[in-house]
Design a protein around this ligand. Structure first.
Ligand code: MG
Length: 158
């Protein structure tokens, strides 16, 4: 069994779509990013790579590479999962903590879990997505950014 952690943060700006865990969320503001800025998928992908000691997403999927520029978070996550699987691992479970001042994402969590479980080839019960605000503290609390922490447990692929 191996454990990995991941973190991602993106600045929020007017007029960009907000996509989290592969699910579009109604919002006037979204992440400024070369990709879709899906912090859940990016944090999870880094947690997967970290658990297998395979580096990080910045190395494997650089925004300077046109292959990965603008790629959907779920696609990037699936690629990271494929690397981990080829190294001999599957996902035991994954847990994600999203930090976002607004809008509330709770209504979209079931859909996110389903999308993530599909990308990770696990049942939905193996994927947890939780959310909190930053209590008005600092840049996250002022709603200037969205962030996510992820922890993943890898098990032998079967
Ligand atoms: Mg990112």
């Amino acid at each position: 069994m191996r454990i990995g952690c991941g973190y991602d943060v993106h600045r929020l700006v007017e007029g960009r779509p907000l996509v989290l865990g592969g699910v579009g969320i109604p919002s006037t503001r979204g992440p400024l990013a070369h990709s879709d800025g899906d912090v859940i998928c990016h944090a999870l992908a880094d947690a997967l790579l970290g658990a297998a000691a395979l580096g990080d997403i910045g190395t494997h999927f650089p925004p300077s590479d046109p292959t990965w520029a603008g790629v959907e978070g779920t696609v990037l996550l699936r690629h990271a999962f494929d690397m981990v699987r080829h190294a001999g691992y599957g996902v035991g479970n994954a847990d994600v903590m999203v930090i976002l001042e607004h809008p509330r994402i709770a209504p979209f969590v079931p859909q996110m879990r389903a999308r993530l479980a599909e990308a990770l080839s696990v049942p939905v019960e193996a994927v947890s997505v939780k959310a909190t605000t930053h209590e008005g503290i600092g840049s996250l609390g002022r709603g200037e950014a969205v962030a996510a922490w992820a922890v993943v447990c890898l098990v032998p692929w079967s």
